[in-house]
Design a protein around this ligand. Structure first.
Ligand code: EPU
Length: 452
């Protein structure tokens, strides 16, 4: 079964192909719930206690299903709570899983790597299957493994995955990340909270989802202080208890719908979006010529009419412009009057989705090694790429295949923006990060039909 089909099947998505009749503005309201990139980690954090945790606002995503499955094979009882989107995680009987069961989850998500610390604390050993996730670059795990070794873990690479043990327990460490990696910062947090002694993490990622994970760990009894200059100090504690927490909203989903409103010349109220965590995106949205209104329960995004303006963007770690935001926004930039440049500095292969846009009439030139430009804010990285988008170009319908999660959503936006009919295949991947996207599109007045 393909990754897309597996993802789709896990959330009951019955179609893999959308035929979209474009050229109609998206108008209406969409709800966003908890962030994929927090919820999955919060579920792993529950493993650090022998107790019951309650997580609210959990979206029904295939990545959430994968993590749920991995927790269940380790003896965690996961149940739906009283409210929609509430998960109850009972970790009172955590046990070893069979390699065969773990293997069944190979290649389906990148979250399993975060099970290392919690499993080492609970069981003294861990086995992590081969990882999956979007193919947007090499996505190595060297920072994770180096950090785990510093805590005292023994790491053994096997053909089917990675085996870890900690015969002498885990102890606090001094860790300086070569890059403020989101996943490696989470790895350190999840391992250090119960390690013996103090951990000092330098060059940490400070994304809002990480701050929310720290809030959860603090509720569980951890002692974590976020210091200036990307330094995080963690004083290890012997035991942690369960938590009750409402997940931070999904700012990537919110930015995606905002970009869809802009590209289709529409007007979308994103219920649940919070200004504080989207300020960098909002600045760029305004510079491009989009309008927004911050309300108490969400943000309204719309195209005010007239021409959009080109921009220069460099993706970066927080508080910079997120890499996950560039793909949906680029579709709107194909409609701007002039030349826009997007420097992608986080991943080395995140412009693959633009091939489909070219097919639909866009003028985008990808520079696979990036290029130096005056007044750059972000120091140039070896792996960076750049895309130069010249607009406005009318888009026309085409037959396109979704390559990855955010690229897939961009394909939906492009098809909705284009004149005529498009067939978007492999849409199962989109269910990894966008809950009920078919129903949401329908609620916004999109014209489409579905096929299996
Ligand atoms: N990196 C290494 N070695 C490591 C870890 C990372 O070289 O051991 C490099 C990566 O190759 C990349 C950079 O560091 O060039 C940043 O990677 P990071 O670890 O920050 O990313 P991640 O934790 O794997 C999360 C999100 C991504 C999001 C990035 C950046 C999750 C599950 N994924 O990935 O989300 O783009 O942070 O904010 O939280 C998505 O939602 O579509 C998605 C890809």
């Amino acid at each position: 079964m393909s990754d897309a089909a597996r993802a789709a099947a896990s959330v009951g998505l019955t179609f893999d192909r959308l035929t979209i009749e474009g050229g109609k503005p998206l108008e209406g309201t969409v709800d966003v719930r908890g962030a994929k990139n927090l919820v999955t980690k919060a579920m792993v954090a529950s493993l650090l206690s022998e107790d019951v945790s309650v997580l609210r606002d959990v979206p029904d995503l295939s990545d959430v299903r994968v993590v749920r499955g991995l927790l269940e094979i380790h003896g965690v009882i996961v149940e739906e709570g009283a409210q929609p989107g509430e998960l109850r995680l009972d970790t009172r009987n955590v046990r070893r899983a069979h390699v065969r069961e773990i293997d069944a989850h190979a290649g389906s998500s990148r979250i399993p790597i975060l099970f290392c610390g919690p499993l080492l604390h609970q069981l003294g050993e861990a086995f992590i299957p081969d990882l999956g996730g979007c193919r947007i670059g090499d996505r190595p795990i060297d920072f994770h493994l180096d950090a785990l070794r510093k805590f005292g873990a023994i790491v053994e690479k096997l053909p089917a995955g990675i085996r870890l043990s900690a015969p002498n327990g885990l102890h606090g460490a001094h860790i300086h990340l070569p890059y403020p990696s989101v996943g490696a910062t989470e790895q350190v947090l999840l391992t250090a909270t119960r390690a013996e002694g103090t951990t000092e993490l330098r060059n940490a990622a400070i994304e809002p989802e990480i701050m929310d994970l720290i809030a959860i760990l603090q509720k569980m009894g951890a002692i974590i202080s976020v210091e200036p200059n990307r330094v995080i100090l963690i004083e290890g504690v012997k035991e942690l208890r369960g938590y009750t927490h409402r997940a931070i909203f999904d700012r990537n989903e919110a930015a995606s719908w905002a970009s869809a409103a802009l590209a289709t010349r529409g007007n979308v109220f994103v219920k649940g979006a919070v200004q504080e965590h989207m300020m960098t995106f909002l600045n760029v949205f305004r510079k491009v010529g989009g309008e927004f209104d911050v309300l108490e329960d969400g943000i309204r995004f719309w195209h005010p009419g007239g021409a959009l303006k080109p921009v220069v963007i460099e993706t970066d770690v927080h508080p910079g412009f997120m890499t996950d935001w560039q793909q949906p926004l680029i579709v709107a930039l194909t409609q701007a009057d002039g030349v826009s440049t997007v420097h992608e500095t986080v991943y080395e292969n995140r412009f693959g989705f633009t091939d489909a846009l070219l097919k639909m009439g866009a003028d985008i030139r990808v520079h696979p090694r990036g290029f130096a430009a005056p007044n750059r804010r972000v120091p140039r990285r070896e792996l960076e790429q750049a895309a130069v988008i010249t607009g406005p170009t009318p888009l026309h319908g085409a037959d396109i295949v979704v390559p990855d999660l955010r690229g897939g959503f961009s394909h939906l936006i492009a098809a909705l923006t284009a004149e005529g009919q498009s067939t978007v295949r492999n849409v199962g991947i989109i269910s990894r990060g966008y809950e009920n996207f078919g129903d949401k599109l329908k609620a916004l007045g999109a014209r489409f039909s579905v096929e299996g």
